[in-house]
Each structure stands twice: as structure tokens, then as C-alpha cells.
Design a protein. Structure first.
Length: 396
């Protein structure tokens, strides 16, 4: 039995690099970039008015001076100044004409008209060059790298790519994944369980982790604890990049998965980790297929998916890991045994932000992760923690 840190190190050392594919921008949300993206031009591409108001030359500004004007400039259009033209009305987003370097917002302007001539005076005590103007290139310069490989495309990245005119983007291909849940007691969620049966939630937990990275499993299968059926499904699943099983990896007489995997040529990397929950986890590989054998209890699967499967996926995609945090615990807690313990907590802020425990009846508790913000970790060497003790926190 190895430690949590050793197990994670072994898992991450088996990371695979997946090839790239070119997809339409419209389909890229949630995918991971496999290219660097550079700006196609300066942004803003021109000196842009940041306000509705009037554009003038700062060197000509005098408080109380009357400025005649006769033209307005909306966004999406441009104009050249006429001889002796001292002011134009300008809208937010419009390009500031060459020769002007000051935009005075409409709230500081007093508009009048004399003999049909429009005029404006300003109530502005402090006028500075480039006031209320977004200067060309101040956000991004042409050819500047704005997105790097390994970035997951969220709303901001999606919007930026559209601004850059990226009709197609290069992303990392999703790995081929098979999910197999095992157990005589497990039934599909649409079935009515007998008193000694439970519905399959584990495959949904695993699928939810995959969906965060836009991975759609090739197949999701349930098999009872029958050697022939488990063997057949594992044989099919070994054509995947990642095979994920739940159940059948502990020490019971019907925990058949480890022996079947090894008989089918899957090399064992480790079996059992000094953690709670999730101790029986099995990890191995065959050729280019990585195999996770998760325990069967629902919260064990949630925990192992968060602390082992998700870091594996992130490193495969060239992403940094989700950071952990050090936060104080809100009360006291006893720990039984010498395993590293993971348990659900919520963030609770009073004078400071604390890790507050939630009701938790063990790894079989179907509510265990409900309303939690993540997992707190009690290291193996501690037997108890006191209020204000600092614990590591892993957000979901």
C-alpha cells in the first residue's frame, strides 16, 4: 500500500499526450487549446472613444470656451477633420479623428445653439491628453501571444477568439474512454431497486468529471459480478485510451476485477493507497491504455475522480493543476487510523474563511458531497485536529 503522494506521482508519470484536431470555433467551448494564438492586429485597432461626448485637441482646450460643431461620429464609421474644425460629437466606440486627443464626456458638456449653429462649452477643470480614449494597441499589440497551449476555452477565451476572427481553432483531441460499473447489487437508474439493491451513480460521477473537459465516453456499461461478463467488457474496453471501472477491486470473494485485468495483460502499477475513502483503488496500463479501477462506494468514486482522475486529465491536456488552499478548520475532529483522510467541507466566512464540516456517514453516504465546496485533507500522521488548525483544501 502506497501513500497518496506516491499514488498521484505514479498516475501522473503515465500521462499520455493526445493529438490535435481543428474544429469550428462554435464547437470549441470547454475544449483545450493545442496552439498558441496571436493577435491579428492591434487591439483597439484605433484610438477609440471610451465615452459618449465630444472630441477635441487637448492643446486647444480652455475652460468656458465656446466650440462650434456640426458633425457627429458614431461607432463603426470614421472621418477626417475639416480645416479649422475644433470639435465633433462622438459616440462610445468610435475612432477618434487624427488631430484630436481628448474626449470630454457628455455629462461635462453644455449644448447651445445660436443662429442655427450648434455650440458646446465644457465644465471640466482637469483636461489631460488621451482622457477618455482607449489608445491603439493598449490592450494587445499585433502578433502578441494572447492564449497559450493548454488553456481551456471558457466564456472569456471564446469571446476573445471570436474577436480575433478565429473561425477554427486547434484543440487537443478528446481521449477515447470506456466506463464499466460492476456489482450484483447495482442496477440502472431507471429500474426500481429491491431492498438490497442500489442504483448506479458511479458511472454518472465519472461522466461528470469527463464532461468538464468535453469528453464523451464511448460506452458506459454495467456488468454483474460474473467473471465471464466482466472479462468480455474489459476486453472491449481495452481498445480505449482510458478504461475506468468502479467496484470489484477490494478483498471480497466477488472482487474479480484485479485478477481479470492482470490475466488480460494489464500491468499493475499499484493496488491500494493509504487514503480514506478510496483505499482499494487499482491503477495499471496495457500498451496505450490506462486503467483506473475505482472502489465501489459512491463517495470513494467522487474522491478518487477528483484527486486522481482529474489531475491525470489536466496533465494530459498540458493544463496546470487546480490549486489547493491552506485554510483553518472551524471545529475539532478525531481521525481513526493512520490513513490520509479526505472529507467534504464547505467554506464558511465569519471573521475569516473556515473549512466547516458537513454531515458524513462514510463513503457509502449518497449525500456525502452534497452542498460541499471541496475536500479537506487530514494527513496520515495526525490523529486529531483542533479549531484553527490549518488543513489543505481541494475545491471540486
Amino acid at each position: 500500500m502506497i501513500s497518496y503522494a506516491e499514488a498521484l506521482e505514479k498516475i501522473l508519470s503515465e500521462v499520455r499526450n493526445y493529438p490535435s484536431e481543428l474544429i469550428p470555433l462554435s464547437q470549441s467551448l470547454g475544449r483545450v487549446l493545442s496552439e498558441e494564438v496571436s493577435a491579428d492586429r492591434d487591439y483597439p485597432p484605433f484610438h477609440r472613444s471610451a465615452m459618449d461626448g465630444f472630441a477635441i485637441a487637448s492643446k486647444d482646450y480652455k475652460d468656458g470656451q465656446v466650440y462650434p460643431y456640426h458633425r457627429e461620429l458614431p461607432a463603426g464609421m470614421s472621418l477626417d477633420l475639416e480645416p479649422k474644425e475644433k470639435a465633433i460629437r462622438i459616440m462610445t466606440g468610435a475612432p477618434v479623428p487624427l488631430g484630436f486627443d481628448l474626449v470630454i464626456k457628455i455629462e461635462d458638456a453644455y449644448l447651445t445653439e445660436t443662429d442655427g449653429q450648434k455650440q458646446v462649452t465644457f465644465n471640466l477643470k482637469d483636461a489631460k491628453p488621451w482622457q477618455n480614449i482607449a489608445k491603439q494597441g493598449e490592450d494587445v499589440k499585433k502578433n502578441q501571444i494572447v492564449l497559450t497551449k493548454g488553456i481551456q476555452i471558457g466564456t472569456s477565451e471564446f469571446s476573445l477568439l471570436a474577436s480575433l476572427g478565429k473561425e477554427t481553432v486547434s484543440v487537443i483531441q478528446s481521449p477515447k474512454v470506456h466506463i464499466i460499473s460492476t456489482g450484483n447489487e447495482v442496477i440502472p437508474i431507471h429500474s426500481s431497486p429491491l431492498p438490497y439493491q442500489i442504483r448506479d451513480s458511479n458511472s454518472y460521477t465519472i461522466t461528470s468529471i469527463l464532461s468538464k473537459y468535453k469528453i464523451q465516453p464511448e460506452s458506459v456499461t454495467h456488468v454483474p459480478d460474473l467473471e465471464k461478463e466482466i472479462t468480455e467488457q474489459i476486453q472491449k474496453g481495452l481498445d480505449a485510451d482510458i478504461l475506468i471501472l468502479s467496484g470489484g477491486v477490494s478483498m471480497g470473494s466477488l472482487d474479480l476485477v484485479p485478477s481479470i485485468l492482470q490475466r488480460l495483460g494489464v500491468d499493475l502499477i499499484f493496488h491500494k493507497t493509504a487514503i480514506k475513502p478510496g483505499k482499494p483503488i487499482w491503477f495499471g496500463k496495457r500498451k496505450n491504455t490506462i486503467v483506473f479501477g475505482m472502489p465501489g462506494n459512491p463517495f470513494s468514486v467522487q474522491t478518487c475522480s477528483r484527486i486522481f482522475l482529474e489531475p491525470f486529465l489536466r496533465k494530459s491536456y498540458g493544463q496546470s493543476q487546480i490549486p489547493s488552499y491552506k485554510l483553518p478548520y472551524s471545529t475539532t475532529k478525531q481521525k481513526k487510523g493512520s490513513l490520509t483522510e479526505f472529507f467534504p467541507v464547505r467554506l464558511e466566512t465569519t471573521d475569516k474563511t473556515y473549512l466547516a464540516p458537513l454531515a458524513f456517514n462514510g463513503s457509502g453516504d449518497v449525500r456525502a458531497g452534497l452542498f460541499s465546496d471541496g475536500l479537506a485533507i487530514i494527513p496520515s500522521q495526525l490523529s486529531q485536529i483542533q479549531k484553527e488548525d490549518i488543513l489543505e483544501f481541494l475545491p471540486w
